[in-house]
Design a protein. Structure first.
Ligand SMILES: N[C@@H](CCC(=O)N[C@@H](CS)C(=O)NCC(=O)O)C(=O)O
Length: 214
């Protein structure tokens, strides 16, 4: 069996998701460090984004497609339930995280700290202040979502939780999002619990984004 390579920087939340998927599934992999828009990434992702994946002759990009491949190409506990309702609920939350949570919490708010684009490199307060009022109701939604069972779907850790955890982890690293977490007891308990999960914990970035390839 050829080596499975996850290509990208460990600080990327989407790279982290694919590493959680490998670990949950028990699939050994090598993390091949690469920045977005480098030749090795652009050879696989048409827009140069990470993660990319190589497994023998198979190359893939987009975290959701990579996770689907990891799930279907290898034996082991399914990453996505075979129950159609549960599977659809997992996809529903992954979609919400990718289309609502990541664009606002990570690409707008966190990026204003780590990739500010300001003349002196200081955080872009305009982008931060614009993001915060929109983040408040989203934190409330996500707090309620994990309140009942401590998971996004059902009673077990699913790929939906794997998508949320890296973003949530980063929310603790900045003051305003930390304060929002402080007002979200279910989300805080969820973060504390799942960050200790081996698949999540083992892929915690050694260095935070902005200082390493992502
Ligand atoms: N939809 C993609 C998103 C990947 C993505 O946005 N990756 C970021 C790093 S976390 C990236 O490559 N950013 C560089 C860029 O957008 O130019 C996925 O699920 O893999």
């Amino acid at each position: 069996m050829p080596e499975l390579q996850i290509i990208g920087g460990s600080a990327s939340n989407f790279v982290w998701v694919t590493r959680i998927a490998c670990a949950e599934k028990g699939v050994p992999y090598a993390l091949v460090a690469a920045r977005p828009h480098t030749p090795e990434v652009e050879a696989i992702h048409p827009f140069g984004k990470i993660p990319a994946m190589r497994h023998g002759d198979v190359t893939l990009c987009e975290s959701r497609a990579i996770c689907a491949y990891i799930d279907r190409a290898f034996d082991g506990q399914p990453l996505i339930s075979r129950d159609p309702v549960v599977a659809a609920q997992v996809e529903q939350w992954i979609s919400i995280i990718c289309t609502h949570i990541d664009p606002l919490w990570f690409r707008q708010y966190l990026a204003a700290y780590i990739f500010p684009g300001t003349a002196d490199g200081s955080p872009d307060r305009v982008r931060i202040e614009a993001a915060l009022p929109k983040m408040v109701p989203q934190f409330e939604v996500m707090n309620r979502a994990v309140g009942k069972t401590g998971h996004l779907v059902g009673e077990t850790f699913t790929l939906a939780d794997a998508y949320l955890m890296p973003i949530l982890f980063y929310m603790r690293t900045r003051p305003e999002s930390s304060a929002l977490l402080g007002k979200s007891p279910h989300l805080t308990a969820y973060l504390d619990r799942h960050v200790a999960r081996k698949s999540v914990h083992d892929a915690i970035p050694q260095t935070l984004p902005g200082s390493t390839p992502r």
